[in-house]
Design a protein around this ligand. Structure first.
Ligand SMILES: [Zn+2]
Length: 326
């Protein structure tokens, strides 16, 4: 009797573990491709704004932004068509604005030198006093230290480089990041481009060969030469060629001004104009261009502005609500 009870208890526990494990397995990549209805808080709130008569709110996500991070402010729903005004309250920039249903979504960045603390963001609708809506939200900026490093690069790395060629490369990158589809090309969370440790974080300050200090506008992922690099999500290849500083470089447009950049590749496996799926092979880890060891320099950009890739890669967020109106 007692033994039977324990047997069924073990059976139930094992079933629960197997079921939970399979849910995790199926969560990412194994299930057939289909639109995800509700994936992140942004999607949920966008969904709610279209389907309920809730009171307008101003909310932000992620809730604990740090200097150099980006965050989304959502304001709505507003059943009126009136001029609006957003005051971030914290030192930062608005990079993109979207409208979904009756709500507004502001993709913003926090300045690198923002002091940690509480700031009051506000959103007002209407151009006369009193305002039709007047919403406020406290945004707490966390403390973050950016490491300062000094290192030297051998002169041979930049041999034969000319200012004109560097300017030409910068222009190619600018144009590649400008070309975009007006809708999101993805519907599932973003993947890491490479299974490797972050060897240099976003925003780190570097002094190379006694040059003026420069911020690192991507993350470095250290790995052996030849390791496969994958597309973090679906998109269109906008650039795939050799650049002096970036070495073999790939830029993928994911729509709505969001792009990912992969640099110092050993080999490129895609062509400009090619459509790629989430997880497709982009190339392999190398040390071409301005690099002394094999690693992937990886960037995420909103338009021309570089944002912290770890916020997208680690947070399971989709950034943009489904059914938004530009
Ligand atoms: Zn780098």
């Amino acid at each position: 009797m007692r033994r039977g009870f324990f047997k069924s208890l073990i059976f139930i526990s094992v079933s629960v573990i197997v079921l939970t494990a399979s849910l995790y397995l199926f969560k990412d990549g194994v299930m057939p491709d289909k639109p995800v209805q509700v994936q992140s808080p942004i999607m949920i709130s966008a969904y709610q704004s279209r389907n309920s008569s809730r009171k307008p709110v101003l909310i932000h996500y992620p809730i604990d932004p740090a200097p150099g991070d980006f965050l989304i402010l959502e304001a709505g729903p507003f059943p009126v068509q009136e001029p609006y005004q957003l005051d971030l309250g914290f030192p930062g920039d608005v990079l993109e604005v979207y409208k979904a249903g009756q709500s507004f979504y502001f993709l913003t960045s926090v300045c690198f030198d923002a002091e940690p603390g509480d700031y009051l963001a506000s959103f007002m609708v209407g151009d006369e006093e009193p305002k039709i809506f007047n919403l406020a939200q406290t945004v707490r900026i966390a403390e973050k230290e950016f490491p300062l490093s000094r290192f030297s690069m051998p002169a041979g790395v930049t041999e034969g480089w000319t200012a004109a060629r560097l300017a030409e490369d910068r222009e190619k990158v600018r144009i590649a990041r400008e070309e975009t589809e007006p809708y999101p090309l993805w519907n599932r969370p973003f993947l890491w481009p490479l299974d490797a440790r972050v060897s240099s974080q976003f925003g780190a300050v570097r002094i190379i060969n006694e040059n003026p200090p420069r911020r690192h506008m991507g993350i470095d992922l250290a790995a052996d030469e030849g390791e496969p690099i994958i597309a973090i999500n679906c998109g269109t290849v906008r650039l795939a060629e050799f650049l002096l500083s970036g070495g073999y470089t790939v830029i993928i447009d994911h729509g709505v001004n969001l792009s990912s950049t992969y640099m110092h590749l050993h080999e490129i496996n895609v062509e400009p104009g090619q459509r790629v799926s989430r997880g497709d092979l982009v190339g392999t880890v190398g040390m071409t261009g301005y690099a002394t060891g094999p690693h992937l320099h990886f960037e995420v950009n909103l338009g021309q502005a570089a944002v912290n890739p770890e916020v997208i890669l680690s947070r399971d967020m989709l950034l943009i609500p489904s059914g938004y109106i530009r």
